[in-house]
Design a protein around this ligand. Structure first.
Ligand code: ATP
Length: 926
């Protein structure tokens, strides 16, 4: 391997590209694969290590310093000093176990989020061994020759050459968001990073194309140096977490106030000893603080994002899970998202008539025919011209799979279809490209919808060749090619071309038009330098050649996905660069709109006022021949109507709309780095159906969080009720539940089933409901009523009833209620057991909101059953283990008592099933 070293940027900018190539022991044909492998081994991958994370020990310790934890530490000390050593130690032990559990949850959530990041590889097109190849950005090494184009994130510090119209957004380095123009020559602007012919890693190409030679990679790049300096990564807090923090704080304040009140009442009203009163009040506080809420919610969200990732939707932050569930409108691209992006050209139109192209897919399996017979290309100069433009005005390579598998496409599907078309005509595009060397490219952009190249023909005459959308082509053509000779393009010709176009577009076909201009002696551009060929000077006075029509069928899964959206009251607005007729034809075919939908073109949209557009987007509408910039306005107007908008995008100009949308969705396969950067979610299969799955998952995660919340709040009332009875009766009724027993439920038996609820599958009718209203709270009125009223009250009655029942079995009311000894232990044990068994029913009942648990499968959630098993095992241990009996003031229960406990869940479960059935009947839901 040759020794290479990154050099000072300014020095790199001043030398010639040839010198650089020599310095980095590269050739014009790029590095050899062998050399690149060696360099990768020796200099490491091209990656940036971000600033350090908060230390793991600190994260661990944070779980022992929450308000709740501090309370428990203090209480443990008080218990020790009050002579209740076992209680003190037990409180501490519970605190430690709970802290470790929270840490584990945090850790698991972090791992889940980290693994998502790894699922999104970035690629770069390099030249190695003289061939264009796509490699992962990490594998790029110093001296590699690579290409960049609009939408790419620059993968390394590099010197550019053969650049065309290049502009780069360097805000990640300089903070300046206005893109900077770059060009081949050396010029040093003001300040740092101002060399005109250098692009820097981490910046973004906003327009144009260029070749580049990597001069620094990974941590050697300017971006790497800066990243090294950044101290620690910022911790992001999402709104849902904020809401939960707020909720926890509110409940904590209420709990502490109640605790203080109970403490004072116990001391002055019941005349209870101070230390015991404190421990008693602590029970109250513990009962009400929703400890463990935040880590469980974070874990639940993280697990939700992992499930989404399996369904091809990568979320960049946990918060989007919540927003997804609220989505009311999806603004979707057509090509590739709703359709397959598998283009097959099946018709060609030239001035002398129609041609058919046989065969489908990216394989050379057909021919060009006229009236059923193969066309002789040597005799058809117009067709020859069209195919030549198709071959030359093309940056895509198609490697067909000889075994009949999927062809590998390096470029865009549209251009790949053109490559295959030329192959069907027996043209070797590569050879043609060598014969007509390309002088310049005016790259395609979805605003002007044209791509132009300038080549030299065999006689040395420059030739301008353009392909693009028909409307854009007609705007720059004033002649038409007929039998090899251009003649003026008349109004009649234009009408005829548009009619032909409409006729095919109605069948849902996309069209692409071709034109050219020979820069002859009389042309103003003749004899000028290549720099004079700009969009303004080159793309005019063109000769129209013809049209190709290509089929891009809808994705097969799209039909069901669209139906799902309709049931879930989510509207779909198609926003496409394609022609209005094609767009409508596809929209109607896949069921997004009816035939009556209004189609608004980009030009019309420009004329519309905000008020008009707001009205339009509230109805059935399709936007066609729009530029990505229009999408921003469409999304904004939907939002002004109060909608929560998800919007798809792939190009560099889609970024503003993706940022603006509540959920920006970028295409993982065909999307640019810019779009992926701006988006909240990335589709790894570019498929619309995956958006719908993600929305369903988003709704599910949110509803699972509510189920989880309902479950853990459920036990609060029965935990608090004994203390109230104790106070109200001025201690006449001894405490039916001890503090340690309350801790057992809150920090022990409740934990596993609660976690199980966090991973519950989607409820059958979840996509039959309209989106959740915005600003609805996780802790809804329905949950408060169910947790504190319905379930809570029932469990209180049952557990207090159980307490008195056990006393009754032991001789009460003939003898007074036991306040110590075995009888008291048995009574509190059954009260504890009753709460646990009520929670078993609650775990089942919380699994669905309105559907029957049987509809999702009684045993389908193993974690809940495991939780229930552990729960029963735990209280059995507490009852029969003498050491634990001592600490938890428990005693063994007899068969009658166990029988009583086992009878609790079933009626509660059946009652709730009946209630849900009634709700379903009334609301007509599944
Ligand atoms: P969507 O916006 O739904 O993805 P689209 O792919 O048709 O649809 P654009 O990429 O903006 O939208 O393309 C707009 C039009 O530009 C196309 O309909 C086509 O006529 C033309 N076009 C597409 N790709 C190229 C290209 N590589 N070169 C020249 N013209 C192109």
């Amino acid at each position: 391997m040759k020794h290479v070293e990154s050099t000072k940027i300014d020095e790199t900018a001043k030398v010639t590209v040839e010198e650089l190539i020599e310095r980095f022991h590269t050739q014009k044909s790029g590095l050899t694969q062998h050399e690149a492998d060696e360099r990768l081994k020796n200099y490491g991958p091209n990656t940036i290590r971000q600033g350090k994370r908060q230390s793991e020990i600190l994260i661990f310790l944070e779980n022992f310093t929450s308000l709740m934890a501090i309370l428990l530490w203090v209480s443990g000390i008080i218990a020790l000093f009050a002579g209740m050593m076992e209680l003190g130690i037990a409180i501490w032990a519970v605190n430690v176990i709970n802290g470790c559990f929270s840490y584990w949850q945090q850790h698991a959530a972090q791992k889940a989020t980290d693994s998502l990041k790894k699922m999104l590889p970035a690629y770069v097109k390099v030249i190695r061994d003289g061939q264009a190849k796509q490699i992962r950005v990490e594998q790029l090494v110093i001296g590699d020759l690579f290409q960049i184009q609009a939408g790419d994130s620059v993968p390394a510090d590099a010197r550019i050459f053969n650049s065309s119209n290049l502009a780069v957004d360097e805000s990640s380095l300089t903070g300046e968001s206005v893109p900077v123009e770059k060009a081949d020559g050396y010029r040093h602007g003001d300040g740092e990073f101002a060399q005109q012919n250098i692009v820097f890693a981490g910046t973004i190409v906003t327009k144009g194309t260029a070749h580049a030679i990597a001069v620094a990679t990974g941590m050697q790049t300017e971006f790497g140096r800066i990243a090294q300096l950044t101290e620690t990564q910022k911790k992001v807090i999402y709104p849902l977490q904020r809401e939960l923090n707020h909720l926890t704080r509110q409940l904590t304040v209420i709990a502490i106030m109640l605790g203080v009140a109970f403490f004072l009442l116990a001391v002055f009203f019941v005349h209870y000893p101070i230390a015991q009163s404190f421990i008693f009040a602590l029970g109250m506080i513990v009962a009400f603080i929703p400890e463990g809420l935040l880590p469980t919610v974070t874990l639940s969200l993280a697990q939700g994002t992992q499930r989404m990732a399996k369904k091809h939707a990568l979320l960049k932050n946990l918060n989007s899970v919540e927003t997804l569930g609220e989505t009311t409108v999806i603004c979707s691209d057509k090509t590739g998202t709703l359709t397959q992006n598998q283009m097959t050209i099946n018709h060609i139109w030239l001035a002398d008539g129609d041609y058919e192209v046989t065969g489908t897919g990216y394989v050379n399996n057909g021919q060009i025919q006229s009236n059923g017979a193969a066309v002789d290309l040597t005799r058809n100069r117009d067709l020859n011209r069209l195919l030549t433009i198709a071959a030359l005005n093309n940056d895509t390579e198609v490697n067909e799979d000889p075994t009949g598998g999927q062809a590998k496409i390096l470029g865009t599907p549209t251009e790949a279809a053109l490559v295959i078309l030329t192959r069907k005509a027996g043209i070797d595009a590569k050879m043609l490209q060598q014969q007509f060397s390309r002088l310049k490219e005016l790259p395609f952009d979805s605003g002007r919808k044209l791509m132009t190249i300038i080549t030299k023909d065999s006689k040395g005459t420059p030739l301008i060749e353009t392909k693009g959308a028909l409307s854009s082509e007609l705007a720059i053509c004033d002649q038409i090619l007929v039998n090899g000779t251009p003649r003026p393009l008349t109004a009649g010709d234009r009408r005829q071309i548009e009619q032909v176009n409409a006729q095919y577009a109605k069948q849902g076909l996309r069209t692409l038009a071709f034109s050219y201009r020979e820069v002859g002696a009389s042309d103003p551009l003749n004899q000028t330098a290549i720099d004079a060929y700009t969009i303004e000077t080159a793309e005019k006075h063109m000769v129209f050649v013809g049209l190709v029509m290509m089929a891009d069928p809808p994705r097969p899964e799209i039909f069901a996905a669209v139906k799902n959206c309709q049931r879930a009251k989510i509207r779909i607005i198609m926003v496409t660069g394609d022609s209005p007729i094609t767009a409508k034809s596809i929209a109607v075919r896949i069921g997004i709109t009816s035939d009556k939908a209004r189609v608004i073109s980009g030009d019309e949209l420009d004329q519309m006022s905000d008020a008009d557009l707001r009205r339009a987007v509230s109805g059935e509408v399709i936007f066609a021949r729009v530029a990505p910039e229009h999408k921003f306005r469409i999304v904004s107007m939907c939002q002004a109507n109060g909608e929560i908008v998800a919007s798809t995008g792939d190009g560099v100009n889609d970024a503003p709309a993706l940022k603006r949308a509540d959920i920006g969705i970028a295409m993982g396969l065909t999307g640019t780095d810019v779009a992926k950067d701006a988006a909240d979610m990335i589709l790894t299969d570019d498929n619309f159906a995956s958006i719908v799955s993600a929305i369903e998952e988003g709704r599910t995660v949110y509803s699972n969080l509510q189920k989880f919340l309902l479950y853990i709040l459920n036990s609060n009332v029965p935990e608090a009720a004994p203390s109230v009875i104790f106070l109200v009766t001025r201690g006449l009724v001894p405490l039916p539940l001890t503090v340690m027993q309350i801790l057992t439920v809150d920090l022990g038996t409740d934990l596993l089933p609660a976690l199980g609820l966090g991973i519950e599958k989607a409820e059958p009718g979840i996509m039959d409901q309209p989106p959740r209203p915005q600003n609805s709270h996780l802790l809804s009125h329905a949950i408060i009523w169910k947790a504190f009223g319905l379930y809570g009250l029932t469990a209180s009655i049952i557990s207090t009833g159980a307490y008195f029942f056990m006393n009754y079995l032991n001789g009460w009311p003939k003898i007074p209620l036991a306040s110590s000894g075995v009888a008291y232990a048995e009574a509190t044990t059954i009260a504890l057991g009753a709460i646990v068994f009520c929670q078993i029913a609650a775990a089942m009942n919380c699994r669905t909101q309105t559907s029957s648990v049987f509809s999702i499968g009684l045993f389908s959630n193993h974690r809940i059953w495991l939780g229930i098993g552990v729960e029963i095992g735990l209280i059995a241990c507490l009852m029969y283990q003498p050491f634990l009996q001592e600490i938890f003031n428990t005693g063994p229960l007899n068969v009658v008592a166990w029988g009583f406990l086992f009878c609790i869940p079933l009626p509660l479960f059946l009652f709730e099933e009946g209630r849900k059935w009634l709700v379903r009947r009334i609301k007509h839901v599944r």
